[in-house]
Each structure stands twice: as structure tokens, then as C-alpha cells.
Write a new protein. Structure first.
Lengths: 129, 152
């Protein structure tokens, strides 16, 4: 492949160096940003094959590249309007994580009711199969 | 743009190439399915970057690879995938049409009990439709079912 750089270490002029396997292993292997209102649609993504809209505030993320098991790190951020008062939370429970997909929930925190939100971002870190 | 020869290339690296070189394709197709009598209808939404890979060809593994991994994961003593090489070393799929890509995606991401038996009951439990055919608001979302109109 054209433009390939093979290196085991990255070195900064003053800040030190880091082995490239930290970069490779530590990168998010899949992430997605989507609008969960109306007819849900993906805005930005990587490594994701589809979303499942399972109901109010309930979505599945399906990966193109499966993880090696279900013990990977999964993060979520949610918002109804960036930069303003935010009364929402996103939740991923370990029991809903599989190697090839995960389920996430979004809530209005003041009422503890599941809620559809326009900005949902989820990222997963771990070893791939 | 020609896809490089990716046979034997890690699937993650192929997806990196696709992300850098292909524009996402927002499909108008949606798959509505019911996998439990107690739950509302679910809607499968294709990912635009994945759809670009499917239409381009030479990137995605055959869908049977995912089925093999799912079989491994369903074993009671499953701890970790040991056949991940199937994702990376199997000959990638050639370019698909959008309709073929949706069929592939159904077999990958919809539960097998749904897509294998979707028309065996009194009413279909899975429908492929255009997103315009879905309700435009999410009112009573948790009560949505496949309507006779949509099933027709």
C-alpha cells in the first residue's frame, strides 16, 4: 500500500517517546455519532455496520469488526443541545455488551424516563477478534 | 477508485482505507422487524460508511464469517474469539448493489430467528421499506408494530 510508514516508536522533541503499539492498541476501534430522534440516522461513524432503533431511548450499535470478547471499553456521551443546560444521560450496561454489538440507553435524568436525543456519540476501545 | 487487493489485510485496516477514500452513502432503506411478541418493532438503520464499503466491493468479508463467529460466541464455554482470522483472511465480497447490501446486512445484524422465519407466521415479522414510509414523529414509539399497510 502506498504511503506506508513502519515505526515502532514515536518521539517528540521535548515530551518523550511512545511505542506505536500503544497508539494502535489504544485507538477507538469503532465509534458512531447519530441523531436518535425522528427516523434515526448516523451522522459520523467508523467500524459500524448498522444501528437498531429498539424503541424510545434504546438503540443497538452493530460493529463491522467484532471485538475479541465482550470485555472492551464502551463510552457514551449524549446531549439535546450542546453548550446549554443538559438534563440527559447515556447508559451502557455490561450485560448488554456482546463482541459484535452493544445496546445503549438514553434518559432524561430529572425524570429517569427513557428519552430520544438528537446527539448520541458512542466509542469502543479494546482488542479486535 | 479501485479497491486495493485486500485479501489477507486486517479488516480494521481496510475500514481505515475506506474511511479515507470513500464518501458515505446514506441509504433510504430501513428494515423493520419484530423479534419478540412482547417488544415493539425494531428498525435497522444501515451505516453510511458501511454501505459505501458494500457498494465499493473488495472490503467486507462474506456474511458467513459473522455467522461462524456468532456460533463460537453462543457456546457456553466461550471466552474469547479464536477464529478472528476469518474476518481478515477470507476473500472479500465483490461490489454489491444497494439491495444486495441490505440483504447482507439483514443476515449480519438482524437476529437469525427473524430473517430465517419472517414469513412463516400469520403475518410477516420483517419488512424492508423506505424511510419515508415510517412515521415521521416518534409518538408512541414503544407501541409500534408492523402494520398491514407496511407489510403489503
Amino acid at each position: 500500500m502506498a504511503g506506508k510508514i513502519i515505526a515502532d516508536t514515536l518521539e517528540h522533541s521535548t515530551a518523550g517517546s511512545i511505542a506505536t503499539n500503544y497508539v494502535v492498541k489504544g485507538s477507538a476501534k469503532a465509534w458512531v455519532n447519530f441523531d436518535g430522534t425522528g427516523t434515526p440516522a448516523t451522522t459520523y461513524s467508523f467500524g459500524v455496520s448498522s444501528l437498531d432503533d429498539n424503541g424510545t431511548g434504546n438503540y443497538d450499535v452493530n460493529y463491522t469488526t467484532a471485538f475479541s470478547d465482550n470485555r472492551y471499553g464502551a463510552m457514551i456521551t449524549v446531549s439535546d443541545k450542546p453548550g446549554s443546560h443538559n438534563d440527559n444521560i447515556g447508559v451502557i450496561v455490561s450485560g448488554s455488551i456482546a463482541a459484535g454489538s452493544l445496546r445503549l440507553y438514553t434518559y432524561r435524568s430529572s425524570t429517569a424516563a427513557q428519552n430520544d436525543l438528537p446527539i448520541i456519540t458512542q466509542a469502543s476501545h479494546g482488542d479486535l477478534a | 477508485m479501485q479497491t486495493p487487493n485486500f485479501k489477507g489485510t486486517h479488516l480494521f485496516d481496510r475500514l481505515c482505507w475506506a474511511k479515507e477514500n470513500l464518501d458515505g452513502v446514506q441509504s433510504d432503506y430501513r428494515v423493520v422487524y419484530e423479534d419478540s411478541i412482547d417488544d415493539c418493532a425494531k428498525i435497522l438503520v444501515p451505516d453510511p460508511n458501511w454501505m459505501a464499503c458494500a457498494l465499493q466491493g473488495g472490503i467486507l468479508p462474506p456474511v458467513w464469517v459473522y455467522h461462524e463467529l456468532a456460533k463460537d460466541e453462543a457456546q457456553p464455554d466461550f471466552k474469547k474469539h479464536t477464529r478472528g482470522y476469518l474476518l481478515h483472511q477470507t476473500e472479500p465480497m465483490p461490489a454489491m448493489t444497494e439491495e444486495e447490501a441490505i440483504e447482507y446486512l439483514i443476515q449480519k445484524d438482524v437476529p437469525q430467528n427473524v430473517w430465517q422465519n419472517w414469513d412463516e407466521g400469520n403475518r410477516p415479522t420483517m419488512v424492508i421499506c423506505r424511510k419515508e414510509q415510517l412515521p415521521q414523529t416518534r409518538e408512541w414509539r414503544n407501541a409500534w408494530r408492523i402494520s398491514d399497510e407496511l407489510a403489503a
